[in-house]
Write a protein that binds this ligand. Structure first.
Ligand SMILES: [Zn+2]
Length: 268
């Protein structure tokens, strides 16, 4: 009798409030769709449905994380004609965390942190429904251009999409196969900046030419460009500049919001 009760309690813990489940939900994107060109066809809000076994299985594919994320989102996006690959990373990450809460009915995301003050390792629980979201505004769109201080070159910037990340991952993999001795950190350093460049002095430029231009950029121009890229990465999305108190020394610990196995396999 008592054993039976324990089993029931366990099931209740796994399936909380199953009488009131939303099968789908609409979310306003952090970008509010403002950052996209018309042909990219990303609306201000996206409707997701709950995940099924099919999407859970996709997580096990032997593919890059970006491809898996694109495919899972694509399967769960109910809006017609929306290509998940076109989603900017900040929007895609936001939807991924919302998809988790919608699918697993679990609002708690556990982070393993190490206190930089006393070295204590601890688990911090983040409530996903309480994440602070920064939204894009028309005003902030002005930040997508930069003039470099030394060369005076004008750069129009774009934020990378899931598709851009997939492409750059594939390109780098091919490159490493052709040149196994190449320094990977250096290759990533250039490739990760190229995907942000939309136009140089209002001209669309081929990827190889952008790489070449970047590698020959004056060091001060390069620093200014990198600072700008870091700045536009923060224009919208989940505010990952988070803080909590160390349970041991009570001092403040800053942390981000990495996507870990906890996202779709939360530990009890
Ligand atoms: Zn501490």
């Amino acid at each position: 009798m008592s054993e039976e009760k324990t089993t029931m309690e366990k099931e209740k813990a796994i399936l909380p409030d199953i009488t009131n489940i939303k099968t789908q939900e609409t979310f306003t994107l952090p970008s509010k769709g403002l950052i996209y060109d018309k042909e990219e066809n990303i609306p201000a809000s996206i409707t997701l449905r709950r995940m099924t076994t099919k999407e859970d299985k996709m997580r096990m594919r032997n593919e890059s994380e970006d491809k898996i994320r694109r495919d899972i989102l694509q399967a769960c996006i109910l809006d017609e004609g929306v290509n998940a690959g076109k989603l900017k990373l900040a929007d895609a990450n936001f939807l991924f965390f919302r998809l988790r809460a919608l699918s697993l009915l679990d609002d708690i995301y556990k982070l393993q942190l190490v206190c930089p003050h006393c070295g204590t390792s601890f688990i911090h629980e983040v409530k996903l429904s309480e994440l602070k979201i920064n939204y894009m505004t028309k005003d902030k769109l002005k930040n997508m251009n930069v003039q470099l201080p030394m060369s005076q070159v004008e750069i129009a910037l774009k934020l990378p999409s899931l598709e851009d990340m997939i492409k750059v991952g594939d390109t780098l993999r091919d490159y490493y196969q052709k040149f196994p001795d190449v320094d990977r950190t250096e290759a990533i350093y250039t490739a990760s900046a190229v995907i942000y460049i939309k136009t140089i002095n209002k001209q669309t430029v081929m990827r190889e030419e952008v790489e070449d231009w970047l590698d020959n950029l004056d060091i001060l121009d390069n620093r200014a460009l990198r600072r700008k890229l870091a700045e536009i990465d923060e224009l919208f999305g989940i505010d990952t500049d988070m803080k909590c108190l160390c349970p041991s020394c009570q001092l403040e610990v800053s942390h981000g919001l990495p996507i870990t196995a906890e996202l779709f396999n939360p530990s009890l």
